[in-house]
Write a protein that binds this ligand. Structure first.
Ligand code: HEC
Length: 247
């Protein structure tokens, strides 16, 4: 059964976080983790949700490790960290999760196009890429992930409607970071609706239209919006969704 896309995710005790849950696909390529970059890397990120009362709500590190021991993970930790006197630590757990997440890499036809296969994208998708570039999206959505290389203000040219979340200012304490967020990467973006840190944009069309207005001060024509969406749809992961259960 397909899970309906939700703006925010339910935690273990039924509470909701206040931001849209980002995909873990390609997370290893981000310059920092979380919408506001408050964790430097995947290892630091992995330590957060386990004890966050709104997420997994595990009271302390010792309980988390004990749960793993009871679930029979001791031998796997011993194998993964052979040099460690005590392999099963909270730190090693985070390292192991991060190591797994770094393998979650999508592949799409844009990769083939970048490698030089001119036919990997259709004519309409190539037109969409041109529109994406000429509109100015590329100024922020750059690099191999088309994002996740910089922070930018959400509402750079025209203010964003939702002002409850001050973004990166809460991390740095600098007023100049108000409403600043990590530029979202766009690989596989067609499968991660709803969009933005608050999940306010229900569809990719809506997100693209809003981005042009908020970040670039432009009202896109319906044709240009559709063209960009056609390109973004080509960033869909083409790898078969397989789950290896042989731990
Ligand atoms: C000035 C920088 C900037 C420009 C220019 C820009 N964006 Fe963005 N984009 C961002 C930031 C920052 C976010 C994260 C916003 C937030 O807080 O939710 C974002 C988010 C998005 C998202 C939502 C992704 C998700 O997973 O929620 C899409 C889609 C997107 N941008 C597409 C575009 C398109 C298409 C253009 C061109 C019309 C564009 N952007 C121009 C900075 C920019």
């Amino acid at each position: 059964m397909a899970i309906a896309p939700e703006k925010t995710s339910l935690g273990a005790l039924g509470e909701r976080g206040d931001r849209n849950s980002p995909t873990v696909f390609n997370a290893g390529f981000h310059m920092a983790q979380f919408w506001d970059g408050r964790a430097a890397d995947l290892k630091e990120q992995a330590k957060g949700p386990i004890m966050n009362p709104v997420e997994m709500a595990i009271p302390d590190e010792a309980t988390a490790i004990n749960n793993l021991r009871e679930a029979g993970y001791s031998e796997y930790f011993a194998k993964a960290f052979p040099a460690a006197a005590e392999p099963m630590t909270y730190d090693n757990m985070a390292e192991a999760i991060a190591a797994f997440e770094r393998t979650l890499i999508t592949a799409d036809r844009f990769d083939e196009f970048l490698k030089g296969d001119n036919n990997a994208l259709t004519a309409d998708e190539k037109q969409g890429l041109r529109t994406f570039i000429s509109t100015g999206c590329i100024a922020c959505h750059s690099g191999s992930m088309l994002g996740a290389t910089m922070y930018q203000k959400m509402g750079l040219v025209n203010a964003y409607a939702n002002t409850t979340d001050i973004g990166r200012e809460a991390v740095t304490g600098n007023a100049s970071d108000r409403f600043v967020f990590k530029v979202s990467p766009l690989r596989d973006v067609s499968r991660t609706a709803p969009y933005f840190h608050d999940g306010a944009a229900a569809t990719l069309e809506e997100a693209v239209e809003q981005m042009a207005w908020l970040q670039l001060g432009r009202r896109l024509s319906a044709e240009d919006t559709a063209s960009i969406v056609t390109f973004l749809n080509a960033l869909e992961n083409t790898k078969a969704p397989t789950l290896n259960t042989q731990l």
